[in-house]
Design a protein around this ligand. Structure first.
Ligand SMILES: Nc1ncnc2c1ncn2[C@@H]1O[C@H](COP(=O)(O)OP(=O)(O)OP(=O)(O)O)[C@@H](O)[C@H]1O
Length: 926
């Protein structure tokens, strides 16, 4: 007996039966060859049944449930499928399918076989559990689980069916079994040799067993056995009688060569059909078949890759190695594609052995999360290919064409596409290596630019709005505090509500209180007279000496009230050491009164232009320049720090008041305007102010900016230096008639020609060093430039004056700005009670000075429009009619309007010719 030649003990339990059967088998084999039936393969997740009743494909479902699903024409199989029984694996023969039950590890069969019992095959050794089952044409064998103890090197195989129903005991551990048509084979675990038993006559598989060959796995076919050899190349090796009997079988033809001439390619697995075999190539999972086929047959679909294959008699099916997990079949007698996704392998609870990798759960799942499907790692790469990556626990290894040694068309076409990819990649690499630094540099530059621009913009806006921010804040807070704005917008100006002021610094007085304080507004208390008001000295109940400004009752009360409100509005909001402090107000009936700190030394105008020489001399050069610095600071505060900025519009010597300590305060805000809250742009305002101090740009173009105050301040500086009025009367050489001279027209040419001494007040002694006064004269010249833009801002003026003052005082560091006024001049006004500062000046003295002073003070009030007859009328109301009319008409009549015309000429040169109407106004007023 061939099987005894295997070198192991083979105990035949029922020898007589076996011997009788072998003859029968031989006869049947021949007859079966004619009816072309065979039973084939090892246990797998898929199996194929064949036979007269039609082919059936069965597989374990792809959902990992281990439940079986079948598709085919043998209804006994498809209807009899135990759909609720989970199986570990499947195998099939002629007309039947068997599965290894998951719960009991016992076989369960169904179908229409006359040799295999439906259900669990009988008789079975009690309690036997199987590792693997494998079906031939008419029989089924099961490899029992390995034994322990003394029997651990003994293997038990139980077979059922035609001529095979026996319990076989083998000496040695069996790794796997595979049933052929009417024989079965096993692979020893230790030495990896093959042994077979069963019908030898028809197949000769027993006598042809390659004794010296070691196999990784085996698969029996109809009359042959194939195995995958151990070793690096993992090629298939087949043996048996398929070739010989081919001549006896008319249906077969050698379409794919002899079945024992397996291709020399590394294989992952192999299955045997009736006369053919198929294998899965190890490097790409492609399918390759060889042996005999029947006509007509379909060949293996081109380029398919499969996870698993199962062979029937004349056809083979494989599970596509893709997400769909759909079976495809080729050969004869079966559909080429089947509509049921199946599991690509068996779910095992043990970890994948070395040489296997775990199929990703995305591709196929097992119900038990601790189970996995293990697939054999591919082995070896074909010619022209190299191993790109090793097989790991989770993925198979990859082979790729070695493009440097390409010969085959497939390799060339693969390489050309990958070559172009590589080229493209290299191109991209080069592009990026060249472009990346440029792009990074560009981005960095753009970011830098954005940052610089943003910072510049922010700084610029902040710079521009530095004066306006607080205004916005102010108006915002007002908005929040009250249901609406407490500042009424009036043509771009902002005016606070009177109600609002009441809760501020200004105190509200009753008329009675102020009447009492000023002794009934008696003439004795009168200290000055303005265009719209009388100013009285008064003493409040608490002893505070105050100046009470009472609006003049006139038919034009509305204008007085307007100035009253403007002054009240502004002064209650402003607070600076060199601005006149408002203490309170009274608004009763027609009466409008403002209460100020009392300025003991009256106005700068009185000091500079008063007839009393002693009073004039009180203000020496240092005092005068100090007053100029202080006034400049007050105006600078209005422009630069008040929120919103304030344009005084009436800077002149009579509005610079001098306190007890000879410190200056800027007063009279009746004409002042608040700058627009939202921008620092010029205000288009109708001209108002005092003639001689009026900015030409303002009265010509109605262009009002803070630079208009700078112009007026320049005039004031010239006034301080020269002791002459803004418009003064002067005898010209050889001329007996006085004519009105504009101080700018007179002083600027002298200063520019270096004759500063020619303009200095002759009342005062010249200082030892004239430099300081020259500087001040130059500052004045700049302030009175025709174009506002070309005039310095008040902060620059202040700095220049401070330096000049330091120089004048003989400061060693005369280039440094001097300290704040309060420190330098020792002013303590902010800390002194007003009551402590009483006046040394009598009301009559003031009155006398005032009356004299007002001679040439031409006031163009806010309601003036030019050229306007009203302007001259207004002058009359402000000063002595005779004086003004007389002097101006004299000037006009004398025809000596040279300096006016000069001024007009220079203005024309700078800002264009004046219109006839403007000419009229200029000639009328200068
Ligand atoms: N707080 C004060 N303390 C002392 N004297 C004052 C005070 N305020 C004003 N005077 C005096 O009263 C005079 C008149 O002041 P007022 O502000 O009413 O008019 P003005 O500015 O001189 O002229 P106009 O109103 O036409 O501009 C001033 O010239 C000054 O001499």
């Amino acid at each position: 007996m061939g099987i005894f030649l295997r070198g192991f003990h083979f105990w035949v339990l029922n020898i007589s039966t076996w011997r009788a059967g072998i003859l029968v088998v031989f006869l049947l084999v021949l007859s079966d060859l004619l009816r072309l039936a065979s039973g084939l393969g090892s246990m797998s997740s898929i199996t194929v049944s064949y036979g007269e009743k039609g082919p059936v494909f069965c597989g374990l479902k792809s959902d990992g449930s281990h439940l079986v699903t079948c598709y085919g024409s043998n209804l006994a199989i498809t209807y009899g499928t135990p759909v609720h029984m989970p199986f570990l694996g499947l195998t099939a023969g002629d007309g039947f399918v068997c599965g290894l039950l998951m719960d009991t590890n016992q076989p369960y069969c169904w179908g229409s076989s006359g040799y295999i019992q439906m259900g669990v095959p009988q008789s079975m050794v009690k309690g036997a559990e199987y590792l693997e089952i494998s079906a031939g044409d008419y029989h089924l064998c099961g490899l029992r689980k390995p034994m322990t103890g003394k029997l651990r090197n003994t293997s038990f195989v139980d077979c059922w069916g035609y001529n095979m129903t026996k319990n076989y005991v083998f000496d040695g551990q069996i790794q796997s079994i595979s049933a052929g048509s009417e024989f079965s084979c096993g692979l020893f675990a230790q030495n990896r040799t093959v042994f077979c038993w069963g019908d030898e006559t028809s197949s000769r598989v027993i006598s042809l067993i390659p004794k010296d060959m070691r196999f990784q796995k085996i698969a029996a076919g109809g009359y042959h056995v194939c195995g995958i050899l151990e070793g690096v190349n993992s090629r298939a090796f087949c043996w048996g009688r398929s070739l010989d009997i081919e001549e006896e079988i008319s249906v077969a033809y050698s379409g794919q060569g002899n079945v024992d001439l397996a291709p020399n390619e590394p294989m992952l697995s192999v299955v045997g059909g009736k006369f053919h075999a198929c294998g899965i190539r190890s490097y790409d999972r492609g399918v390759i078949c060889w042996g005999f086929i029947v006509k007509p047959s379909t060949s293996v679909p081109n380029g398919i890759k499969v996870y698993e294959i199962a062979a029937g008699n004349y056809f083979t099916c494989g599970i596509l190695a893709e997400r769909s997990l759909l079976p495809v079949c080729w050969g004869s007698g079966f559909p080429t594609s089947l509509p049921l996704a199946v599991s690509p392998g068996l779910c095992k609870s043990t970890p994948c052995a070395p040489g296997f990798y775990e199929l990703s759960h995305q591709n196929a799942s097992c119900k038990d999360p601790n189970s996995r499907i293990c697939l054999a790692c591919s082995n070896g790469c074909p010619a022209e290919m190299y191993q790109k990556s090793e097989c790991s626990l989770n993925s198979d290894r990859q082979c790729e064409y070695n493009c440097s040694i390409c010969k085959s068309a497939e390799c060339v076409s693969n390489c050309s596409s990958s070559y172009s990819n590589i080229l493209q990649e290299k191109k991209n690499e080069r592009f990026w290596s060249l472009q990346l630094p440029v792009i990074i540099a560009e981005i960095a530059f753009a970011v830098f630019l954005v940052i610089v621009v943003s910072i510049t913009a922010v700084l610029y806006v902040r710079y521009k709005l530095r004066d306006c921010q607080c205004a916005t804040k102010d108006s915002k807070s007002k908005k929040n505090n009250r249901n609406g704005s407490s500042f009424q917008k009036d043509n771009g100006r902002i005016r606070p509500d009177l109600d609002d002021l009441k809760i501020r610094r200004a105190q509200m007085f009753t008329y009675e209180e102020l009447e009492r304080a000023t002794a009934g507004f008696k003439e004795d208390s009168l200290v000055g007279k303005g265009s719209f008001s009388y100013v009285f000295r008064g003493v409040l109940k608490d002893g505070t000496v105050v100046a009470v400004k009472r609006a003049i009752m006139s038919p034009n009360m509305q204008k007085s009230w307007k100035e009253f409100h403007t002054e009240l509005d502004l002064l209650s909001r402003l607070n600076h050491a060199h601005l006149l402090n408002l203490l309170g107000y009274c608004e009763e009936g027609e009466e409008r009164l403002l209460v100020y700190e009392y300025m003991a030394h009256g106005s700068l105008h009185q000091h500079l232009h008063g007839k009393n020489k002693a009073v004039k001399e009180q203000l020496d050069w240092i005092r005068r320049v100090t007053i100029a610095v202080q006034a400049a600071r007050g105006i600078e505060y209005l422009h630069g720090y008040a929120c919103p900025p304030v344009i005084h519009r009436d800077i002149k010597s009579s509005n610079i008041l001098i306190d007890e300590e000879h410190n200056a305060r800027v007063a009279d805000f009746g004409l002042s305007l608040l700058g627009p809250a939202d921008s620092c742009s010029p205000l288009p305002e109708l001209p108002a102010g005092t003639l001689g101090y009026l900015d030409p740009e303002y009265y010509r173009l109605h262009y009002l900016t803070t630079k208009s105050d700078v112009y007026s301040f320049g005039v004031l500086l010239l006034e301080i230096l020269s002791g002459r009025k803004a418009i003064h009367m002067q005898y010209e050489e050889g001329n007996v008639v006085e004519r009105a001279v504009n101080i700018v027209e007179w002083a600027v040419p002298l200063i520019k020609s270096g004759e500063v001494t020619g303009i200095l007040d002759p009342v005062l002694k010249l200082p030892s060093d004239l430099e300081a006064l020259k500087r001040i004269a130059n500052v004045a010249c700049k302030c009175v430039r025709m174009r506002g833009k070309e005039r310095p801002s008040m902060d620059k003026v202040t700095t220049a004056l401070e330096r000049a003052l330091a120089l004048l005082m003989g400061s060693p560091c005369n280039e440094q700005p001097i300290l704040p006024t309060e420190v330098v001049l020792g002013s303590s006004r902010l800390h002194k009670k007003p009551s402590q500062r009483s006046s040394n000046r009598s009301a009559s003295e003031t009155d006398m000075i005032e009356a004299e002073d007002q001679r040439f003070e031409f006031r163009a009030p806010s309601w003036i429009t030019f050229p306007s007859v009203a302007s001259s009328q207004r002058r009359k109301s402000s000063v002595s009619d005779a004086d003004v009319e007389g002097k101006t008409s004299e000037a006009k009549n004398s025809g000596n309007g040279g300096s006016v015309n000069d001024g007009l000429r220079s203005l024309e040169e700078e800002i264009g010719p004046a219109s006839p109407r403007e000419n009229l106004f200029l000639q009328h007023n200068f």
